[in-house]
Design a protein around this ligand. Structure first.
Ligand code: NAD
Ligand code: IPM
Ligand code: MN
Length: 368
């Protein structure tokens, strides 16, 4: 196959800017490698609320489901923060993940040698770090019921339900076991089993699955509070981490600072079958939106994960990753990864995208 349909979801805030930069890169890659990506845009998030009064319209869902893959930028913004829950951008993102069955979210935090000083942590702590967070994505307190804000005994009470079924834990444990066995074969399951019943079940099921079906994977368990600390103290002790939805959300943002910026962290959201959604870990960064300051590399690296996981184009994925390293070797830096007196050139989002595209155009052609 040499032609693919990809749904592109630019979303909100810096979304349109990083999407434009990523498009330039993908167009260069297609030209270089002789395949076609038909990029079809669709609405999600605040943009969809404004246009269709729905954060993830049925039309967008249909379009995603009828694609080979989906590439998402980011959603959200102050403008919609006081909307009712079902009319918030975040609800659209969650609906997309749920309806598309994307229960596994792979969030790699791999420290690049060019960015050793971009982290706020010491060099010796971050050098060589390569952690994969496998985050469950369609369960947990994000989707549990009952939920709401009610009046109880004359005051407002807010509640959500942290809940996992055995089958939900089983399937994410299998993804994590598989991912770990293809990496360093070390899996750390993160939970709060000392306090939460839902975590005790999590620990029991993960232990069963890994011991029974992934005997070559070395499994350990860690409480989430300790894991948050250990990730900063000595991140090289981790290879693959598996955790529930909310712990994974928090730990992956934390892991981004090992790499140096949230603007560098890609992710892959995948299910049992059908197209995946490839999305940076970061949000819409409203504080820098519209200023050409955003780092597009997280989205460009997410496109690399799309080529690898959904389009079966591992070589092209590698070309993208190499091109990203090459622009860092050229000492180009967006503000989030720029240090004082580092001898690097400060560039905007667009220039960063264009630089990645020109590196690709100058690369050796892949022989078919
Ligand atoms: P955020 O990830 O948008 O931003 C956190 C910080 O990181 C900000 O200082 C921002 O400027 C910076 N940052 C993020 N991405 C960057 C990039 N590519 N380049 C340079 N700097 C970058 O998180 P937030 O501020 O807590 O949330 C803002 C909005 O985004 C909220 O509406 C939130 O719900 C939403 N959000 C969406 C997603 C998503 O679309 N997947 C993820 C997280 C947050
Ligand atoms: C992420 C975001 C989302 C999440 C929000 C915006 C719903 O933080 O993709 O990490 O919590 O999953
Ligand atoms: Mn998050």
């Amino acid at each position: 196959k040499d032609s693919y349909v990809v749904t592109l979801l630019p979303g909100d805030g810096i979304g349109p800017e990083i999407t434009a930069a990523t498009k330039i890169v993908l167009e260069a890659l297609c030209e270089k490698c002789g395949f076609t990506l038909e990029l079809r845009e669709a609405l999600i998030g605040g943009a969809a609320i404004d246009a269709a009064n729905d954060p993830f319209p049925q039309e967008s869902l249909d379009q995603c489901l009828n694609s080979d893959s989906v590439l998402l930028a980011c959603i959200g913004g102050y403008k919609w923060d006081n909307n009712p829950r079902d009319l918030r951008p975040e609800s659209g993102l969650l609906k997309m993940r749920k309806e598309m069955g994307l229960f596994a979210n792979l969030r790699p935090a791999k420290v690049l040698p060019q960015l050793l000083d971009a982290s706020t942590l010491k060099r010796e702590v971050v050098e060589g770090v390569d952690v994969m967070v496998v985050r469950e994505l369609t369960g947990d307190v994000y989707f549990g019921t009952p939920k709401g804000i009610d009046i109880i005994d004359g005051q407002r009470v807010g509640y959500n339900n942290m809940i996992y079924s055995e089958s939900e834990i089983d399937r994410i444990a299998r993804v994590a076991g598989d991912v770990a066995s293809k990496r360093g074969s070390k899996l750390c399951s993160v939970d709060k089993a000392n306090v939460l019943d839902v975590s005790q079940l999590w620990r029991d099921v993960v232990t069963d699955v890994i011991n029974k079906d992934f005997p070559s994977v070395e499994l350990s368990h860690m409480y989430v509070d300790n894991a948050a600390m250990q990730l900063i103290r000595w991140p090289k002790q981790f290879d693959t981490i598996v955790c529930g939805n909310i712990f994974g959300d928090i730990l992956s943002d934390e892991a981004s600072m090992l790499v140096g910026s949230l603007g560098m962290l890609p992710s892959a959201s995948i299910g049992e079958s059908g197209p995946g959604v490839f999305e940076p870990c970061h949000g819409s960064a409203p504080d820098i939106a519209g200023q050409d300051k955003a780092n597009p590399l997280a989205m460009i690296l997410s496109a690399a994960m799309m080529l690898q996981y959904d389009l079966d184009r591992a070589e092209e994925a590698k070309m993208l990753e190499d091109a990203v390293e090459a622009v860092l070797d050229q000492k180009l830096r967006t503000p989030d990864i720029k240090q004082d007196n580092d001898g690097c050139k400060l560039v905007g989002c667009r220039e960063m995208g264009e630089a990645v595209a020109s590196v690709i155009m100058a690369m050796e052609e892949i022989k078919v």
